[in-house]
Design a protein around this ligand. Structure first.
Ligand code: ZN
Length: 320
């Protein structure tokens, strides 16, 4: 758990709050609140400067759906309560996809993680994940937190076991938000890309979907061996070397690596410019290898899927 999530947990305990969290009541204890029309792309403005005014002020964009407004308020509260956040900030907290912090400032990501933990605490999410059967029940339960589906999906992803992929898409299948659970080797579908149910067939994933009022939620569950929880940082070369030691005599290893590099290279060049997803690339590569007698040593190995997933991730990461 990150420091900002721990701050959220302490706030919940201190104020004896449970889901659905009374976020307005909580914020009122720390700041004044106003609603106004803000410039496009700004969900809230926080004035937290004792020289300007004695009590902090949060101005929230008027035209926000209630669930989004709750998240925005929780996000601004994060800026107030995370000790290293200071000053006046204009925020667009619902740029959820940037929680990793690569694009927006790290402070925005921290405030988002605080808000997510405040509205949907990890301890509560774990109960949901363990006790709800099927996506519908999961989202019915998540709905009791009064968060948007997008926020709920991202919160859910952080508490699911390894090997889970979640994507919320619009009516035409374009990804609004997507995430993978911790310890999952494959990447989530990119925001703005189009998803297919067969996206992760190459990894024998089980697919489930759920229609929501304005979107569809997809979930893929990878088989245990494919969740790759133990492969942190391990490259495909290391995995391949292990598979080779198990299945090939020493004198065949060099030749086998060369032939394999050829097959991978061919699949890679063929799909280089076609915008293939990682899952589709894995699927193509798997089919090519499964059909060949001389690759039985690889395709029959328990770590075959893991090798494919890590290899694909390396190639995609390199921009193929
Ligand atoms: Zn912010």
């Amino acid at each position: 758990m990150t420091p900002e999530q721990m701050i959220a947990v302490r706030v919940l305990e201190k104020h004896r709050l449970a889901v659905p969290v009374d976020v307005e009541g909580l914020v009122a204890q720390f700041a004044d609140m106003e609603e106004d029309f803000l410039p496009p792309g700004v969900d809230a403005v926080l004035v937290n400067n004792p020289v300007v005014r004695a009590r902090p002020l949060i101005v929230v964009e008027k035209n926000q759906l209630p669930a989004r407004k709750r998240f925005t308020l929780a996000h601004e509260l994060g800026h107030l309560l995370i000790p290293w956040h200071l000053g006046v900030v204009g925020c667009h907290p619902t740029a959820f996809e940037d929680w990793g912090g690569q694009i927006y400032q790290e402070g925005e990501s921290e405030a988002n993680r605080f808000a997510s933990e405040l509205l949907m605490p990890s301890s509560w999410l774990k109960l949901v994940v363990e006790n709800a059967s099927g996506l519908r029940e999961v989202y019915d339960w998540l709905a009791t937190a009064d968060a948007s589906d997008a926020a709920a999906s991202l919160a859910l992803a952080r508490c699911m076991p390894p090997g889970r992929i979640i994507a919320q898409v619009d009516a035409s299948g374009i990804v609004l938000v997507a995430a993978v659970s911790p310890g999952t080797a494959v990447s989530a579908p990119r925001r703005g890309s189009k998803v297919r149910e067969s996206q992760y067939d190459g990894l024998s994933a089980v697919h489930e979907s759920l229609a929501r009022p304005r979107s569809v939620i997809h979930r893929w569950i990878l088989p245990e061996e494919d969740s790759l929880s133990g492969s942190d940082g391990e490259g495909s070369a290391e995995i391949l070397a292990r598979i080779m030691r198990r299945g090939l005599p020493d004198e065949q290893m060099v030749k086998a690596s060369q032939v394999l590099a050829g097959v991978v290279g061919y699949a890679n060049s063929k799909f280089k410019f076609s915008g293939q997803t990682e899952g589709q690339f894995i699927s193509v590569l798997r089919q090519r290898l499964l059909g060949r007698e001389d690759f039985k040593w690889l395709t029959g190995d328990a770590e075959f899927s893991k090798f494919l997933a890590v290899k694909a991730r390396e190639l995609v990461g390199r921009g193929r």
